[in-house]
Design a protein around this ligand. Sequence first.
Ligand code: IPM
Ligand code: MG
Length: 354
Amino acid sequence: MKKIIVIAGDGIGKEVTASAVEVLKKVDAKFNIGLEFEDRDAGGTAYEKFGEPLPAETLDACKKADAVLFGAVGGKKWDTLPVHLRPEKALFGLRKGLGLFANLRPVKVYSPLIDGSPLKPELVEGADLLIVRELVGGIYFGERCESEFVDGVESAWDTEKYSVPEIERIAKLAFETAKIRRGKLTSVDKANVLASSRLWRRVVNELAKNFNDVELNHLYVDNCAMQLAVNPKQFDVIVTSNIFGDILSDEAAVIGGSIGLMPSASIGELTSLYEPIHGSAPDIAGKNIANPMGSILSAAMLLRYSLNNSDAAQAIESAVDKTLADGYRTADIFKDGFKKIGTDECTKIICDRI
Ligand code: IPM
Ligand code: MG
């Protein structure tokens, strides 16, 4: 048996995760994987039930699982809570608690959706890149101060700090990933300004000596942001720090036309976690209109990375491709002339194609 902890979370996380579980059950029946699902709470939903966004029981269950399927957390209702009780805190607790050091965000351009891209079709057609974002270090987890007064003047600060082992760990995974893709790695930093970036670049260059078959280049983050919009096809794998990866991955996600389709994998030392990159979208929650494809494609990544089952992963990815090619569109990607579908119908159509 392969145990999967399912954390649907808040907002549309609930709907899209239910869809992904349905799809996983379909591939399980077809490929005889032996999946076993267990639900756990996190985020605002967990706060309502247990008074905290990440109950210890949830984290423990994740640690013992083969993989975690995550939906989304957050909502207006909880925005005014103190920082340590906010739903986002569950994300950081899971990232740190499971040691999810690498966040993989693939950006694929689906030809049937190309006119949904904000960029010209000829710029994006065929673009296929992967952002490898460091996820448990840097300014997200560095020392910070919410407020301090010096001579009556208030300041707040955060720190960006990276150690050699932290950089080596993420860079190694990025080199290895590039090696089995198209052999190109772009390391992104701000080495013209930041000391932490200069160390980052030095460590990446040192590691490159072990990967002669990977072509490495370095870009400053501002230039990379521009290059993603000007010529996204130049990229294969991008490796970068926590905060730069956060920003660049949102930018990269829209290249393909919709953030609703983008999956992600957060790779840990023991268990890994899979989640769509869109958030909890409280405004459309419970209306059966959310696009479940991001979550369903995250389930495909789960099969590939945590269960080493690329056939089952491929079956899901092909079913999503086919659903789009057949003209079915959820509201976020709908255009006149196509068949408009809701979350449930989309799930069923994908299952029928597996
Ligand atoms: C992401 C999100 C989170 C992050 C937020 C919700 C804290 O933007 O996963 O990219 O900044 O890491
Ligand atoms: Mg983000």
